[in-house]
Design a protein around this ligand. Structure first.
Ligand SMILES: Cc1cc2nc3c(=O)[nH]c(=O)nc-3n(C[C@H](O)[C@H](O)[C@H](O)COP(=O)(O)OP(=O)(O)OC[C@H]3O[C@@H](n4cnc5c(N)ncnc54)[C@H](O)[C@@H]3O)c2cc1C
Length: 554
């Protein structure tokens, strides 16, 4: 252990690990990258995090490479949860649910969403911005990425469910961050400088200045889509009409680059006891947009999709579900898969499968809504049916949730390469946009799966690639630029929910232009002038970083 890390041991109560196996494990998240950290630490509490930040502050001049990358469950697909210096994992100790009431819950970042969900559902409440990775991700990462999932068309993303955050900032102190009224903001920034909280006063003052002085440019930079995770969300902080100034709206989605979240106060909503889906089998992508336009006015809870390749994967690697469901659970699910196995065998698989979900207070209510939609879209002539049991609905949800994981685990000689994995445009542009994206991908002869949150126009396209090939990095960089240029043309965003990380930070310039990038850099400097928190993500990342970090061995 080197001298600087030995110094940390003096005050840090949690665990410090530099073993080879730990460093190897933490060299990865769910991205296509590999970056080996110097040390992995497991804080016991917020005091430990303060100790760590102060320790970096003290030693940063002597060793400028020192930095901290926050990590909850490490399922990030952008490379946001890996870094070359200190990785700080919250799941070992900082995973406590402190309070659950009908309207809010207070929880530490390392709590797995599945445990949080179980606790809130005991009183008939939940936080609806859950992800397709909800069985494996933690709530800290949902804040870090501003995550969202299948309920986003009805409920929005994580940003909509934050009452308050506790955050350790780069001065090594913990702050309570919550929406401030106009007068609260005024009193906060009018305290004379030189007092104990000079750092906080300066932070609010400088941010208020940046936002108000560049208000129109900032508002115009907001991507014209229903979900966005790219950049710093300066456009969401200050509401001119009400005077509300909410820094939670900036910290959410900032991938641990502005501070370390130590506690989250989530707003909860009531659960709906019943749900069911209408499944639509589309032979081609041609009518996707028209179909979505006709479905959206019915206000479904979810409007999700997956392609033929995702379905084949689920059938081929069905045995994986045994681990998740146990023997009898998997057998029950297996019986549901007989029609799909048959379709796979005879090659009669539809190109795209749509799932339209409604929830409600009774089965009758949902059946009526589903039937109404079914009748309304019958003129398209697609095969469709209402799931006749929760088991059948579960089958479709499993394919939708698990296909990326199945692909990650089973493909030989190639790897899943998430780099254009999260594009979004308004659904009305899909008929023009999707064929153009397909043409770009086909020009590179890539094999890929597609799933998506169709209701938002958000697609997860995951190519398979041999990352040992000397051409892979070139393809990744070139194809990303082409796809993102198309996204730009259709006023979309390069990431709806997976965030920027290593893979997209250099493309933020293409998304937002130089003026907004300058404001992002200023924002970072205000929060983190020494670049302690997760460097190279959100600002400062380069194309060379992408090339260097691509994991070469399969
Ligand atoms: C199979 C699969 C499916 C997925 N589906 C979805 C989906 O439907 N929707 C979606 O949004 N995402 C999805 N993801 C991506 C990812 O799972 C989510 O973004 C998830 O919320 C990340 O949670 P985590 O706990 O794993 O975070 P991590 O990977 O640990 O971290 C994510 C980011 O947050 C930062 N962070 C973590 N903890 C803190 C903290 N305490 N303070 C400050 N910053 C912090 C990290 O530095 C990192 O930048 C999927 C991933 C996989 C592998």
């Amino acid at each position: 252990m080197d001298e600087i890390i030995k110094k940390l041991q003096e005050d840090f109560k949690g665990d410090i690990d530099i073993s080879d196996s730990t460093l190897s494990t933490y060299s990865h998240d769910a991205s296509l990258f590999e970056v080996r950290p110097r040390v992995v630490v497991y804080p016991k509490d917020a005091e430990d995090i303060k100790t760590l930040v102060r320790w970096v502050n003290v030693h940063k001049e002597q060793d400028p490479t020192l930095s901290i990358t926050a990590r909850s469950a490490g399922t990030d697909m952008s490379g946001g949860a890996i870094g070359s210096s200190v990785i700080m994992d919250f799941t070992r100790y900082m995973n406590v649910i402190k309070e659950v009431t009908p309207d809010h819950a207070i929880v530490m970042p390392g709590c797995y969403y599945r445990d949080f969900d179980t606790a809130t559902k005991k009183i008939g409440r939940y936080m609806p911005a859950f992800t397709a990775s909800r069985e494996i991700n933690a709530v800290g990462g949902m804040i870090g990425n501003n995550s969202g999932g299948e309920k986003a068309i009805k409920y929005g993303k994580t940003e909509e469910y934050i009452n308050a955050l506790k955050v350790v900032l780069s001065d090594g102190n913990e702050y309570l961050i919550k929406p401030l009224t106009k007068s609260e903001l005024e009193s906060k920034i009018s305290i004379a400088p030189g007092t104990d909280n000079a750092f906080e006063i300066n932070l609010y003052l400088q941010l208020y200045k940046i936002i108000t002085e560049n208000y129109d440019e900032i508002m115009n930079a907001k991507p014209a889509v229903s979900k966005n995770s790219a950049g710093y969300y300066l456009w969401n902080v200050y509401d001119k009409a009400t005077g509300t100034f909410d820094l939670c709206r900036l910290i959410v989605g900032s991938q641990g680059t502005l501070g370390i979240v130590t506690e989250i106060n989530f707003r909860l909503v009531p659960t709906e006891p019943f749900s069911n889906i209408l499944v639509v089998f589309m032979p081609s992508l041609d009518d996707v947009s028209k179909l979505v336009t006709e479905i959206i006015p019915f206000k479904p809870d979810s409007l999700e999709t997956f392609d033929d390749k995702s379905m084949i994967l689920a059938v081929r690697f069905f045995f994986d579900f045994f681990k998740q469901l146990g023997f009898w659970g998997a057998i029950k699910l297996g019986l549901q898969f007989i029609p799909e196995a048959w379709m796979t065998a005879v090659g009669g698989i539809p190109k795209l499968i749509l799932m339209i979900e409604f929830t409600g207070q009774s089965e009758e209510e949902i059946k009526n809504k589903l039937t109404e939609v079914k009748d309304h879209i019958a003129h398209f002539g697609f095969h469709m049916h209402i799931a006749h049991s929760s088991g059948e609905a579960d089958k479709y949800w499993r394919i939708r949730h698990e296909s990326f994981n199945l692909l990650r685990k089973h493909v030989k000689n190639k790897r899943t390469a998430p780099f254009i994995d999260d594009i979004i445009v308004k659904p009305e542009y899909l008929p023009e946009f999707l064929p153009k994206v397909k043409a770009l991908l086909d020009a590179y002869k890539l094999d890929y799966t597609v799933q998506g949150h169709l209701g938002n126009g958000n697609f997860h396209i995951i190519p398979l690639m041999d990352l040992n090939s000397p051409f892979s990095a070139d393809i990744i960089l070139e194809l990303s630029a082409k796809v993102y240029s198309l996204v730009h043309e259709y006023h979309g965003s390069i990431t709806a929910e997976h965030n920027d990380g290593i893979i997209r930070t250099p493309y933020l310039l293409q998304q937002f232009g130089p003026k907004i990038i300058e404001l992002f850099q200023k924002t970072k400097n205000i929060f983190d002038p020494k670049n302690i928190f997760n460097p190279g993500k959100k600002v400062g990342g380069t194309f060379e970083d992408i090339r260097t970090a691509i994991k070469k061995k399969n």
